[in-house]
Design a protein around this ligand. Structure first.
Ligand SMILES: [Zn+2]
Length: 321
């Protein structure tokens, strides 16, 4: 008899207790009812949920480990949510973005998970596409990783996001060969949508008065790399790292020196950081959404709509013709 981890048992008990109280059983979106005829897919957070929904369509039920409105970087998983991973046909995640998910996937779904990071071709934070190309070989030395911290926010570059969707479709075709044609066709449709968005962004962000963009957390490096914007995040790559007073003063000086008129806040983060810098410098605050989750407060109902709202905000904030 195979040795089983005690976790599924615990998860079942937790589910029964919570279910009996009539409470929402989980912070994650794990499905309560499973349709055995459909593939059970799990996405670690919204951008991968969107890809799975578009690519798998009606052939799958997609659940998400990061509830809407929760900052995906510091997501914590309940035992019940962790337990659902073992029963999924495929868990799609991006290593390095969510440590709790990486641990749970390694323990519960080592053979039924798909890491999109290789397909996303991550840049090291602060690296340009040109620098990336120049030392692409170097990336493979020693540990097979770059030397700096890799920026996980690949979905903010529509071209990288389309590459990820194609890779997810290929993997789904392996898991469910009968659906292969559907998956590849849907991924091609998604790619067409993303390429149209890419064209809109490139045209909409051409000729702007300023190319310096100050955001709250360091999420928009790929947008900057793709559309030639110099993006500075007030906090680090993970938004829970509170900026020090020294960092706030440093960014305020930069804003004043460069004559930046707009600071961008984020819907999932508590207000205050962008506002603090704006108050000190006389800049206005607009919203730029890293599309890490969709809520009532989002400026659109899906990735494409929110990205178009981001483009509109950038065109206003950066003074684009
Ligand atoms: Zn982020």
């Amino acid at each position: 008899m195979p040795i089983r981890s005690p976790l599924p048992v615990l998860a079942t008990l937790t589910a029964l207790v919570l279910g009996a109280c009539g409470q929402p059983a989980d912070t994650g979106g794990a499905a309560a009812t499973e349709d055995p005829a459909r593939l059970q897919l799990v996405a670690s957070f919204y951008p991968l949920e969107y890809v799975l929904g578009r690519v798998a369509g009606d052939r799958a039920e997609v659940t998400t480990l990061t509830a809407a409105g929760v900052d995906p970087h510091d997501v914590e998983l309940t035992p019940r949510t962790v337990g659902t991973l073992a029963g999924a046909d495929l868990v799609v995640h991006a290593t390095g973005l969510q440590p709790a998910v990486d641990d749970a996937v390694a323990a519960q779904a080592p053979d039924t998970s798909f890491d999109v990071v290789p397909a996303a071709d991550l840049l090291v934070l602060g690296e340009s596409e040109e620098e990336h190309g120049a030392h692409a070989d170097e990336h493979e030395d020693e540990h097979g990783h770059g030397h700096g911290a890799e920026d996980p926010h690949f979905w903010l570059d529509p071209q990288r996001y389309a590459d990820v969707a194609d890779a997810v479709a290929d993997r789904l075709a392996e898991v469910d060969p009968e659906g292969a044609e559907t998956y590849l066709g849907n991924a091609a449709d998604l790619r067409a949508d993303l390429e149209a968005l890419d064209t809109e962004l490139a045209e909409g962000l051409a000729g702007c008065r300023t190319r310096d963009v100050v955001t709250t957390h360091e999420a928009f490096g790929y947008l900057g790399a793709r559309y030639d914007l110099d993006v500075v995040g007030i906090t680090g790559i993970s938004p829970e790292s509170e900026p020090s007073p020294a960092r706030l003063a440093e960014v305020a000086d930069l804003v004043a020196d460069l004559g930046i008129g707009t600071i961008y806040a984020e819907p999932l983060l508590p207000g205050g950081i962008a506002e603090t810098v704006a108050r000190e410098t006389g800049a206005r605050v607009l919203e730029l959404d890293p599309v890490e989750g969709i809520t009532e407060a989002s400026a659109g109902e899906d990735y494409l709509e929110v990205m178009r709202a981001n483009l509109a905000a950038l065109r206003t904030g950066q003074g684009c013709p």
